[in-house]
Design a protein around this ligand. Structure first.
Ligand code: SF4
Length: 335
């Protein structure tokens, strides 16, 4: 084995990645991360990695790591010529809207999102016609076309804060596309769906299927356990947990508390990362895989860096300009 590969294996081991590799597999992973990091430098590319990616991507090759809000914010500030987005397509579109002069790529043709696919720009136009004059507040998990029809974008990290600000100026709002997040936010804000908040029917295929009954079972089995759930989960589940938020909020909660165990109700990549970041803490698995997020692998990132052209993300200028206004509104209100 050459020295460079040995050093890379040592680096990945120091990051804790050997825990998730079977014997021999770490050398294969190290060969891939080594080559990706070399090509990344050569092409002046930056790799964004969402927290639902696998740890070999997040820790092995990721430069900018975080939830949707952090990645969108970080992308505004990068000096790199090329953005390789290890996340789903709507996130890469957001990066492109914020960086029109940069090349943005997603290393998978299958990195969609059930929420993003649940609504079109035409659907939003219909909602606006049904509820004239109401502002459209849109979860970031949507296409550029939907963002272009919206007044303000939110992420799970800032949705409650931004909606509170919107309600200072408006009696009613339209919130799309996640109906569960909409119901959870309505409850938190004391608003009535169908009266002062109008929702759409979208759902995340990962978070909509968690079983609320299991929270009680785990809490009984592990006394002192703290359950944290993503805001895309149904309300019956949110009622059973100790904390609801986005992944950034959940990670901060784990970091700043000292429970005997944590139950993380969200995509599995997040729990894997939490275990690596806080090896001294106990985590109970209750997670589901997102097939869209998991369609990206080290192999697909390497293939993209070798031949990026087929996976370039583009957004027509007229749509990008209008979408950017609603994204900028989010940065303004979330500040
Ligand atoms: S976890 Fe859900 S919201 Fe996130 S990308 Fe997958 S399907 Fe979309």
């Amino acid at each position: 084995m050459d020295t460079t590969l040995t050093d890379e294996i040592k680096r990945l081991t120091s990051l804790g990645l050997h825990h998730r590799c079977v014997e021999g597999d770490l050398a294969r992973v190290a060969g891939l991360t080594l080559e990706i990091n070399r090509l990344k430098k050569e092409k002046k590319a930056v790799i964004c990695a969402h927290v639902y990616q696998t740890p070999d991507i997040i820790l092995g090759i990721g430069d900018l790591v975080g939830d949707s809000y952090k990645l969108a914010d970080d992308c505004r500030k990068t000096a790199a010529d090329i953005i390789v987005f290890c996340g789903v397509h709507f996130m890469a579109e957001t990066a492109k809207i914020l960086n029109p002069s940069k090349k943005v790529y997603v290393p998978s043709k299958n990195a969609g999102c059930s929420l993003s696919e649940a609504i079109t720009g035409g659907d939003v136009r219909k909602l606006k016609a049904e509820h004239p004059g109401l502002p459209v507040v849109t979860y970031i998990n949507t296409s550029a076309e939907v963002k272009a029809e919206s007044d303000c974008i939110v992420t799970s990290a800032n949705a409650e804060k931004i909606l509170r600000k919107m309600y200072e100026k408006h009696d009613k709002v339209i919130f799309v596309p996640d109906r569960f997040m909409g119901l959870n936010l309505a409850k938190a804000l004391g608003k009535t769906p169908g009266k002062d908040i109008f929702l759409w029917k979208g759902a995340c295929i990962v978070h909509e299927h968690f079983n609320p009954g299991l929270i009680k079972v785990y809490k009984k089995k592990y006394p002192g356990l703290v359950a944290l759930a993503h805001a895309e989960c149904p309300s019956e589940l949110i009622d059973a947990v100790d904390f609801m938020g986005g992944t950034g909020d959940m990670m901060r909660y784990v970091e700043n508390t000292n429970a005997s165990a944590y139950l993380l109700v969200t995509e599995c990549g997040f729990g894997e990362l939490a275990k690596l970041k806080f090896p001294e803490k106990n985590f109970i698995a209750m997670c589901r895989l997102c097939p869209y997020m998991k369609s990206i692998t080290l192999g697909s990132v390497l293939a993209l860096l070798k031949d990026p052209a087929p996976e370039e993300v583009t957004v027509p200028a007229a749509i990008a300009d209008r979408a950017k206004r609603s994204i900028d509104k989010m940065f303004e209100l979330a500040a």
